[in-house]
Write a protein that binds this ligand. Structure first.
Ligand code: KG4
Length: 333
C-alpha cells in the first residue's frame, strides 16, 4: 500500500510517500521559519497563506522524488488536528479534494499520534507497550502507547509547552526564532557553573508539567544582571535553563514508566531534537534497565512521514474518514 502523507498543522508544509508502515520513498518539507522569524513566533494568518502556496508544489515534489504519480497512491493520510485551524484547513481540504476527484480514500490523523509513532520510521523499532514523551512547540505530554491506535494520556503541560519555553527564553535573550536549536547551541558552548533555576515537580504523584515559573526565573535573572550592570552570560543562562527543562522531562518520563511497570520509553516532538535531552534520557533509561528509542531529529520535528505512518494504521484499524469530517484545534487523544 502506498500512502501519501500531508502535514500542515502549524508552520511547515510537508508531504511524504510511505509504503505500508515501513519504506519511506520521499519526505519533503517546506519550512516557514524565515517568514515568522521577524515576529519571534508563528503568525497564524501568514502561516495559512504560505501553506496555500506550498501545498501543491510540496506534494508534487514528493510524488516526483518517489517516481510515482497520484494513480499509484492507495491512501491519503492528512493531519486533522491539533494545530492552527487556518493551517490545518489547507492540507485537510487539499487532501479531501484529491480524494473526491480520484476516489483515493483519505484518513484524518491526529498529529500527536504521528509523534507517538514517529520512532517506527527508524530501523530499530520498539515493541508495545511504551511510554512516549512528546515535547514540541505546541504541547508537552506523556502517553502510554499500547498499540498503533491505542494511547492513554498520562500527563500534560499546565501552561507553556517545553518548546514554547525554549522559544520564549530565546526571544528574551535576543536569539532567533525558532529558539530551541539556538538555545541548545549556546548551552553546548558553556562549560562553566550553572545557575540553579527552579524545577516544577508539582506534586509527588503528578505526571503534568509546568514551565512558566522557569521562564519567569530566567526573566528575573536577566533583569537582576542588567540592574547590577553585569554582563549576561548567555551560554550560562541557556545551559542552566536547558538543564532544568531536561531534568523535569526525564524524571517525569521515568516516573511514568515506573508507575505503569513499562520497560520502554520513546521520545518524540520537536524538542526531542535536543541533544542534551536525548543523551540524558538514554543515560537514565540505561541506568534503570529500560529500553529507549528516539527518532532522528528530522522525524522528531513536524514531518509528513509520521502522518503517513499513523494514517496507515488508523486506516487498517477503522477505514477511511468521512468526506464531511472536519479539522480540530485540540487533540482528541
Ligand atoms: O514538533 P515541532 O516541529 O512543531 C511544533 O510543535 O510546532 O516542534 C517545534 C519546537 C519549537 O519550539 C523548537 O524551538 C523546538 O521544537 N526545538 C528544539 C530543538 N529543535 C527544535 N528545542 C530544543 N532543542 C532543540 N534542538
Amino acid at each position: 500500500m502506498l500512502i501519501l502523507g500531508i502535514e500542515s498543522s502549524c508552520d511547515d508544509t510537508a508531504a511524504a510517500i510511505l509504503e505500508n508502515d515501513r519504506t519511506l520513498h520521499a519526505s519533503v518539507l517546506s519550512s516557514q521559519d524565515g517568514i515568522h522569524r521577524p515576529f519571534g513566533g508563528v503568525v497564524p494568518e501568514l502561516a495559512s497563506r504560505k501553506h496555500l502556496e506550498s501545498v501543491y508544489p510540496v506534494v508534487a515534489e514528493a510524488l516526483q522524488r518517489a517516481r510515482i504519480t497520484l494513480d499509484d497512491i492507495d491512501l491519503i493520510a492528512v493531519t486533522q488536528g491539533p494545530g492552527l485551524i487556518g493551517s490545518l484547513l489547507v492540507g485537510f481540504s487539499f487532501a479531501k479534494a484529491i480524494s473526491a476527484v480520484t476516489a483515493i480514500p483519505f484518513r484524518g490523523v491526529d498529529h500527536m499520534a504521528g509523534h507517538i509513532l514517529s520512532v517506527f520510521l527508524e530501523e530499530e523499532r520498539p515493541t508495545f507497550p511504551y511510554i512516549a514523551l512528546i515535547a514540541s512547540g505546541g504541547t508537552t505530554s506523556l502517553y502510554l502507547a499500547e498499540g498503533y491506535t491505542s494511547f492513554s494520556h498520562l500527563g500534560r503541560t499546565r501552561d507553556d509547552a517545553a518548546g514554547e519555553a525554549f522559544d520564549k527564553v530565546a526571544k528574551l535573550l535576543d536569539l532567533p526564532y525558532p529558539g530551541g536549536p539556538h538555545v541548545a547551541r549556546q548551552a553546548a558552548g558553556w562549560k562553566g557553573d550553572l545557575i540553579s533555576f527552579p524545577r516544577a515537580w508539582l506534586n509527588e504523584e503528578s505526571l503534568d508539567f509546568s514551565f512558566s515559573g522557569l521562564k519567569t526565573a530566567v526573566l528575573n535573572h536577566c533583569r537582576q544582571q542588567s540592574q547590577a550592570g553585569s554582563e549576561l552570560a548567555v551560554g550560562q543562562v541557556c545551559a542552566s535553563f536547558q538543564e532544568a527543562v531536561v531534568d523535569v522531562l526525564v524524571e517525569k518520563t521515568m516516573r511514568a514508566a515506573r508507575r505503569h511497570g513499562i520497560g520502554t520509553v520513546v521520545l518524540g516532538g520537536g524538542v526531542s531534537a535536543n541533544a542534551r535531552l536525548r543523551q540524558a534520557l538514554a543515560t537514565r533509561a540505561g541506568e534503570q534497565g529500560l529500553k529507549c528509542f528516539m527518532p532522528r531529529p528530522a522525524f522528531s520535528t513536524d514531518n509528513a512521514a509520521m502522518i503517513a505512518l499513523a494514517g496507515y494504521h488508523g486506516f487498517i484499524e477503522s477505514g477511511p474518514s468521512a468526506i464531511d469530517s472536519d479539522v480540530y484545534s485540540r487533540s482528541s487523544l
